[in-house]
Ligand binder design. Structure first.
Ligand code: FRU
Length: 482
């Protein structure tokens, strides 16, 4: 279809769904979501001429995956967002089955988008093209077509370009699958963003001592933090191992050192970024204050996906809150940005509590859209458990040194859980939206992200303690300020 027709039919879909959205109790209050249809990966994150841009994988026509557009939001403060016309539509032969994920960079005052043109040919075989689109104003994009064709040695699962500049040269990482069906990340370099030279794989299953590490690696990201290089990637096909890798697909990182000329990336172990249910395809950017900020898709293509109740209201999925990344040793810590304090409407609770062996259901913490901070002083109780809206339970068990998140499956109501080991619980910072929870533990050492769907009237928050706990509890009502 022609670009104009695609834009018009998407706009029509958006308009038709407005009423439907306004009737959805699960519509999120302070997260980015599609106005209609399905959202997946965050794309093209950048602060361009002072304005923050978040693009996202968007199928405006169905609440299922299909030929993706790039939806587009802009913001001056990372809190208030304005919907912009879609930046990319799958209108050309080299992207006709989707303008897939990619990234943005600024060069000489222009905004450059790199993305994957996904094509299914007449034999229903996949083709992949790494494409470029350029903009002067950050809103209207001119497509320049493919700049990289599939090199030898890889299947057509070759996508998701992430571009950055280092020492006067541009670099790009791409997620790939070798002909032996092993996932990896490959590196390109370019003097001018148009001519790209293939350098080779820098990490992957079967490389650097990593055995059986997935059949495809998606959405790589690469950046320097302090004096270390970080490769973020979303591998597919990992088997569960202890408390790790229980979602259908993973997202995590390697810390190391890249020598791009050779190219060799010597790195440590893969570390999962988030320990909850709904977190995938994270992407980062550096803003003008020099902060490394990450967004992820607060969802996954798992068996629960078609059962999300928002589908009845014509939309599905959202993005996480923006999180700042910092490196402590070889561990990435994630923190909600200070800008999120603008969401605080009123502080309704701030008390130092000593609690013992009881269920506290009337503390005054109830509410659906809120921020909670719990800081433990002294040692931990044997068990600290918070039940959110009678639906999600988070629990720290001291003797097991385990933190667990439990919720009911959207598909069949069965309890499902995710856990991670934690030697002590020092603090929890929790953001509750109408149908999502994001938990930052110990200043961002671990995070848990999940969607959940419960009765819209239910606002209960209950704290259970086994043993004795001393803590400061703070609570704010959150809402988007005018
Ligand atoms: C990750 C992903 C990417 C791809 C995009 C398509 O969720 O599969 O690899 O570019 O989604 O929407």
């Amino acid at each position: 279809m022609k670009q104009q027709e695609l834009l018009l039919s998407a706009a029509e879909k958006v308009k038709k769904n407005q009423q439907n959205l306004s009737e959805d109790p699960n519509r999120l209050q302070f997260h980015l979501m599609p106005p209609v249809g399905l959202l997946n990966d965050p794309n093209g994150l950048i602060q361009f001429n002072g304005t923050y841009h978040v693009f996202y994988q968007w199928n405006p026509f169905e609440t299922a995956h299909g030929s993706k557009f790039w939806g587009h939001y802009t913001s001056e403060d990372l809190v208030h967002w304005q919907e912009q016309p879609p930046a990319l539509t799958p209108s050309e032969w080299y992207e006709k089955n989707g303008c897939y994920s990619g990234s943005a960079v600024e060069s000489e005052g222009k905004l450059f988008l790199f993305y994957t043109g996904n094509v299914k040919n007449e034999q229903n075989e996949r083709e992949t093209y790494q494409c470029l689109a350029v903009s002067d104003d950050g809103i209207h994009f001119e497509k320049m077509g493919p700049v990289i064709l599939l090199p030898k040695g890889y299947t057509a699962h070759f996508r998701d370009p992430k571009v950055w500049k280092d020492d006067g040269l541009w670099y790009m990482v791409l997620g790939a699958q070798t002909l032996n069906e092993e996932g990896c990340v490959v590196l390109y370099s370019s003097p001018d963003l148009k001519n790209w030279e293939y350098k080779g794989p820098i990490a992957g299953s079967g490389m650097n001592g990593l055995e059986d590490f997935g059949y495809m690696w998606e959405c790589p990201d690469f950046f320097r933090l302090g004096n270390k290089d970080v490769l973020l990637v979303s591998p597919q096909g990992l088997e569960p191992k202890g408390h790790m890798y229980h979602n259908i697909f993973q997202s995590g990182y390697f810390i190391g050192n890249l020598k791009p000329e050779t190219p060799v990336f010597s790195h440590g172990d893969f570390v999962e970024l988030d320990r909850g249910f709904d977190f995938y395809a994270p992407q980062t950017f550096e803003d003008q204050q020099g902060r490394r900020i990450m967004y992820a898709w607060m969802g996954l293509t798992d068996e629960d996906e078609p059962f999300q109740p928002t589908i009845e209201h014509g939309w599905v999925h959202g993005l996480t809150l923006p999180r700042e990344l910092k490196l402590k040793g070889d561990k990435l810590y994630q923190q909600p940005l200070p800008e999120m304090k603008k969401l605080r409407k009123a502080k309704t609770f701030d008390r130092q509590l000593t609690l013992e062996d009881e269920n506290f259901s009337d503390l005054g913490l109830d509410g659906k859209v809120s921020e909670l901070k719990v800081t433990f002083n002294g040692g931990n109780a044997e068990v600290v458990e918070l039940t959110i809206r009678d639906h999600v339970k988070i629990r720290f068990n001291k003797s097991e040194q385990l933190f667990t998140l439990e919720r009911e499956s959207f598909q069949n109501g069965k309890l499902e859980k995710r856990s991670c080991t934690l030697s002590a619980l020092e603090n929890m910072h929790i953001f509750l939206d109408t149908s999502s929870v994001e938990i930052f533990l110990n200043g961002g050492q671990e995070t848990f992200t999940a969607r959940f769907f419960t009765h819209p009237e239910n606002e209960n928050l209950q704290l259970n303690i086994k043993g004795q706990a001393e803590m400061r509890v703070e609570r704010w009502c959150l809402s988007l300020p005018e």
